[in-house]
Design a protein around this ligand. Structure first.
Ligand SMILES: [Zn+2]
Length: 187
């Protein structure tokens, strides 16, 4: 997996693209939480669940079916999330799907069971530039830890922050155009 903080990066982009008018703070924070939700499967290690098992690490919780189920639950809870149903579904589905995609782009561990129950196979992308993150926090204070953080900055944060910035600029330009319609027509 990439680090937990890095998993939240795609939601920052979506939040910036859709704006605070559409994405309520509650929906935003739930979506941010959902970007790390699949990795709660590591709890299974304590109960003897093996990595390669269906409910092991990167198993069921890293499937598109899990993303769809969570998106469906979010749609049902749309009024609590203070947003439209479709938006709750899309954002929560995207949050979990982005986690699956980022894991599939890492260079270690087993792949993700993205297509379970259609296939039990574990998948990676053909191109995997992200260094897999260690589980132990202390490992970040080492050469390997720095390599992980650098690869995440380069392949996740840099593209995500660039996209968020572009989305924000486009949105501000639209708002400005909408607030001065007459002026723009006269020009
Ligand atoms: Zn994961």
């Amino acid at each position: 997996m990439p680090t937990i903080i890095t998993h939240t990066a795609p939601v920052l982009v979506l939040g910036a693209a859709l704006g605070v008018r559409r994405v309520s703070p509650r929906l935003f924070w739930v979506a941010a939480f959902c970007t790390v939700l699949p990795d709660f499967d590591v709890i299974g290690f304590r109960f003897g669940v093996h990595y390669a098992d269906l409910f092991g690490h990167r198993g069921f919780s890293h499937s598109l079916l899990f993303a769809l189920l969570c998106g469906g639950l979010a749609a049902l809870a749309a009024s609590w999330l203070r947003c439209r149903r479709w938006l709750a579904f899309v954002l929560i589905f995207a949050a979990i799907a982005s986690h699956i995609a980022l894991d599939a782009a890492t260079n270690g561990g087993l792949g993700v069971a993205a297509f379970w129950p259609v296939s039990d196979a574990r998948y990676f992308f053909p191109w995997r530039p992200i260094q897999v993150s260690p589980f132990a926090l202390t490992a970040f204070f080492s050469e390997r830890g720095l390599k992980v953080l650098y690869s995440e900055f380069l392949w996740v944060w840099l593209p995500c922050l660039s996209l968020a910035l572009v989305a924000r600029i486009v949105q501000m330009a639209r708002l400005r155009a909408a607030s001065h319609p007459r002026k723009n027509r006269e020009a």
